[in-house]
Write a protein that binds this ligand. Structure first.
Ligand code: MG
Length: 380
């Protein structure tokens, strides 16, 4: 589909599919470590992307096998060799990027209490069982109320799923998912109806549909502005738009002092008339000490989405004498797009020097101006 490239590395509205998937697991509280099963040639790229996108839970890469089942078995054997690595595993298909962290946590909880749990959905089409070669004959119509389309994650107590796979290997039994092994070997599996679309991206049409899902409905646009300044000091990292920029000085502040993200948050809150950053994430709250501003941007998006808003576009102008920001522009746009779960085309980042004038010109600080446009997509 991607001209020979792994489809999971294809960009989907600002972030590769695999990154969207990994991010859901990064954000799920029940997940401590992630083992990625992939081809050797993709490992470096996935690792680099994960670093850029702040995914820190990847503990292990394992080689994929000839089939889904052998890939999973490889991973389970590797985990077994690392004694104490996991007592519960959630097996997930990287091509399902829309799984929510809440569903992941619920699946883990139900797997822990039942021994196994799979996520899936109701079937809305009427399903016919057919036979015949050229001319098909309908053998049977299934009762939809008794059907469940199995997706992933599929969660199991580690000892259970390892046992099923070992037995299947011995018998030469191949299954299309892990729950099928539990079914064969008498394991109990609870069912969890996915909260939101947990579609699997396999065709070009799936990608188009996914992009449409991530894009916006119609509505009247509202705009907001934001402005912020932070002082430049020695001994601090320089983080702008969530990107770590090599420089001999960094910005001073209570959080990571990401002046660009702060201005953007104010612009977004301003467009929605929902207050400002100081009010939503007060300096006085120890919870925000040293926190990544990108996390605050994600929380800001949660706040506006709850009120029925979605981002139309945003535009940032960072006033900075040194260092040159142009080489980091695409990384900054991508970082913001990912945090806001929007297409990168909605995010503009520009940089200006001030010709040596003022506090920016004297390199005493960096400032940022932001505007954001929101649309109301649902009435609450
Ligand atoms: Mg600030």
């Amino acid at each position: 589909m991607g001209g020979g490239k792994n489809k999971l590395l294809l960009e989907l509205a600002g972030a590769p599919v695999i990154i969207r998937t990994l991010r859901a697991f990064e954000r799920a509280e029940s997940v401590e470590k992630i083992a990625v099963s992939c081809a050797e040639r993709d490992e470096g790229e996935i690792m680099a992307l994960a670093r850029v996108h702040g995914i820190n839970k990847i503990a292990l890469f394992v080689r994929g096998g000839e089939s889904r089942q052998s890939s999973v078995f490889n991973a389970l054997r590797t985990i077994k060799a690392l004694d104490g690595f996991a007592d519960l595993v959630l097996i997930h298909d990287g091509a399902r990027p829309f799984i929510s962290p809440a569903d992941i946590d619920r699946c883990a909880e139900m797997a822990r209490s039942s021994g196994g749990c799979i996520v899936g959905r109701k079937i809305t089409d009427t399903v016919k069982e057919i036979s015949g070669e050229q001319i098909k004959k309908i053998e049977k119509t299934h009762d939809r109320e008794r059907l469940f389309a199995a997706q992933t994650p599929q969660g199991f107590l580690f000892s259970n799923i390892l046992d099923y796979h070992e037995r299947a290997e011995k018998e030469g039994f191949s299954a299309t998912d892990d729950a099928m092994l539990a079914e064969r070997y008498g394991g109990q599996v609870a069912l969890l109806w996915a909260e939101n679309s947990n579609m699997k991206l396999t065709s070009k049409e799936d990608f188009l549909l996914a992009k449409a899902m991530l894009s916006l409905g119609a509505g009247v646009a509202r705009t907001g502005t934001g402005y912020d300044v932070h002082r430049l000091v020695e001994g601090r990292p320089l983080i702008l738009c969530g990107v770590n920029i090599p420089h001999e000085m960094g910005l001073l502040g209570h959080s990571d002092a990401d002046v660009a993200v702060h201005a953007l948050i104010d612009a977004i809150l301003g467009a929605a008339a929902l207050g400002d950053i100081g009010q939503r994430f007060p300096d006085s709250d120890a919870a925000y000490e040293g926190v990544s501003s990108i996390l605050l941007l994600e929380k800001t998006m949660d706040i506006i989405r709850k009120e029925g808003f979605a981002l139309n576009n945003c535009d940032l102008t960072i006033a900075c004498q040194r260092p040159k920001l142009l080489p980091h522009r695409e990384a900054m746009r991508s970082s913001l797009a990912l945090a806001m779960a929007c297409d990168v085309s909605m995010v503009s980042v520009k940089a200006k020097t001030t010709e040596g004038l003022g506090f920016v010109g004297r390199q005493e600080g960096i400032s940022c101006y932001a505007t954001a446009s929101l649309v109301k997509i649902e009435e609450n």
